[in-house]
Design a protein around this ligand. Structure first.
Ligand code: SAM
Ligand code: DTB
Ligand code: SF4
Length: 329
């Protein structure tokens, strides 16, 4: 794709001018004094967003477990013994009922996740039907189904899919220590197909897998240097699940997480930066710092895919204490 082509497929609200970021520049930001970094991130945030508004996305695992991939963090991989019960693809009616509930609870985006390496044609046809139905509820739609071809991405776009989530997870250098069944380039290829189809890109990573600060800088640089940077950037804190190879890995200092959110905000100023997995274990103070550092979206609802999430009651109370408002649909 030429640079001109890339620009022409930008979604209407995407103003992601691509300034290349070297890993060293990102690392320098990550390493700067905390107050300087957070001030810069918060100032950037205010230039592009209402600083007191947070977008709410609800997740649903539409096909659970028995995944052939060996991602070291993931409770759904068939390579790890985690006790997650494998379930077939949900019926469209059940998916729509979950979306209706999410809407009633205040979510504006509904994200359907499947534990696949890639969807087969029959599977995709069912997801297309689900996307069409969820769309009619007035919700934004998102899916994360593994690797996609351009043709599959186009079918999803035609069904009304707004976002596709496909994470780079970590730095290109550390990736091989976490996943062996697919490569960083495979991930980039799917992201290209999604971008070319006109679906907005949701792409981020995980902090706390034993990576170094340099790896975190390289992850953020990889995201920010995509031909058009993602509209949505989920920053996950590893949820350590017994039975996965990453269970028991040393946890990073919590301020390292805030720093990563801040650097994502500075390098991708118009993206929604989502405070994603791991909120159940985070203190209210840590979450408040993340919002101040530029996070403006969360996963909302009692469950992520297979693990727990902060409760709705807790989130509502936290929003009230901080004077935050959920983004209206
Ligand atoms: N199978 C698809 C794929 O890998 O793209 C979609 C689902 S997969 C569960 C989506 C993302 O969830 C992963 O890329 C990873 O970033 C995140 N994730 C999975 N397990 C996690 C965990 N234990 N803690 C934090 N994030 C996790
Ligand atoms: C993302 O970056 N985080 C979400 C979503 N995209 C699909 C998934 C988090 C999964 C956490 C582990 C689980 O619940 O299985
Ligand atoms: Fe499968 Fe996705 Fe989990 Fe990897 S992250 S094991 S691809 S469900």
């Amino acid at each position: 794709m030429t640079e001109i082509d890339t620009v022409s497929v930008q979604s209407p609200d995407a103003t992601q001018v691509n300034t290349p970021w070297s890993e060293d520049q990102v690392l320098a930001l990550l390493e700067s004094p905390f107050n300087n970094l957070i001030f810069k991130a918060h100032s950037t945030h205010r230039q592009h967003f209402d600083a007191n508004e947070v977008q709410l996305s609800t997740l649903l695992s539409i096909k659970t477990g028995a995944c052939p991939e060996d991602c070291g963090y993931c409770p759904q991989s068939a390579h790890h013994k985690t006790g997650v019960k494998a379930e077939r693809l949900m019926a469209v009616g059940d998916i729509v009922a979950a979306a209706e509930k999410a809407k009633r609870e205040g979510a504006t985006r509904f994200c359907m996740g499947a534990a696949w390496r890639n969807p087969k044609d029959d599977d995709l046809a069912a997801v297309v039907e689900a996307v069409e139905s969820v769309k009619t509820l007035g919700l934004e739609t998102c899916a994360t189904l593994g690797m996609l071809t351009l043709d599959q991405a186009r079918r999803l776009k035609q069904a009304g899919l707004d976002y596709y989530n496909h994470n780079l997870d970590t730095s290109p250098e550390f990736y091989g220590a976490i996943v062996s069944t697919r490569s960083y380039d495979d991930r980039l290829q799917t992201l290209d197909a999604v971008r070319e189809s006109g679906i907005r890109v949701c792409c981020g990573g995980i902090i706390g897998m034993g990576e170094s600060r340099t790896d975190r800088a390289a992850l953020i640089a990889s995201l920010a240097n995509l031909p058009v940077y993602p509209e949505s950037v989920p920053i996950n804190m590893l949820v350590q699940v017994p039975g996965t190879p990453l269970h028991g890995v040393e946890k990073p200092d919590v301020f390292e997480f805030v720093r990563t959110v801040a650097v994502a905000r500075i390098t991708m100023p118009t993206a929604y930066v989502r405070l994603s997995a791991g909120r159940e274990e985070m203190s209210d103070e840590l979450q408040a710092w993340c919002f101040f550092a530029g996070a403006n979206s969360i996963f909302y609802g009692e469950k992520l895919l297979t693990t727990g999430n902060a409760t709705i009651a807790h989130d509502q109370s936290l929003f009230e204490r901080l004077g935050l408002r959920p983004q209206a649909s």
